[in-house]
Design a protein around this ligand. Sequence first.
Ligand code: DC
Length: 227
Amino acid sequence: MKQIIIAIDGYSSTGKSTLAKTLAKRLSYKYIDTGAMYRVVALFALQNGFIKSNSIDKVGLVSCLDKIKIAFQINNQGKSEATLNGLSVESEIRGMEVSSYVSKVSVIPEVRELLVAQQQEMGKAKGVVMDGRDIASVVFPTAELKLFMTASEEIRVQRRLDEMISNGRKVTFEEVRANLAERDYLDTHRAIAPLIQTEDAMVLDNSSLSREEQLDWVLGKVKALCL
Ligand code: DC
């Protein structure tokens, strides 16, 4: 079957990565979680004192970007994990602290330039499912299949809350709701590569769809393109 690039964009916690992971597994494609890459940069900024009292030292962070090596590795449970300079940081990048700063780090032009170039390199051989905010618009504007995912606010907050609680984090519905609302605002209003629904993207509102229904729907689109 022909190998393609599948670009999945959408708001925070719309189930992009869940769908992208299962889709990649089913098609034997590579899965690239670009949000994890921005989260790793935010973690590096926190660990190295570039974020203090709610403000980011952009000049300092940008001068150290060459010290950030991001990769993905498969852990012993077969799951993909993001690494920073060779160490798994999968758990740290999913916490509230990184979540509160990641959209502010991802507006920095030099950060985007660096990560977009790495993402283009990772996907150039095709056979890839990549999720994020600017995949269809900036990273792979010629992707053969573009999906824009959305779901109701309540469902998105509940999904994210369930995920955080199952990972042992103490967080409330209201904290998660406020974080998602802030990130959506920043992601859609930034000057560079804001989250947009491209004209050629297919919209998938999964508010009332099961994981299997979503997967079947996308597999139908892939088959139509590749057979
Ligand atoms: O997908 P996520 O929620 O893990 O992404 C974390 C943040 O990273 C998100 O709020 C915005 C940013 N991001 C981005 O700017 N561009 C991408 N391609 C992916 C994520």
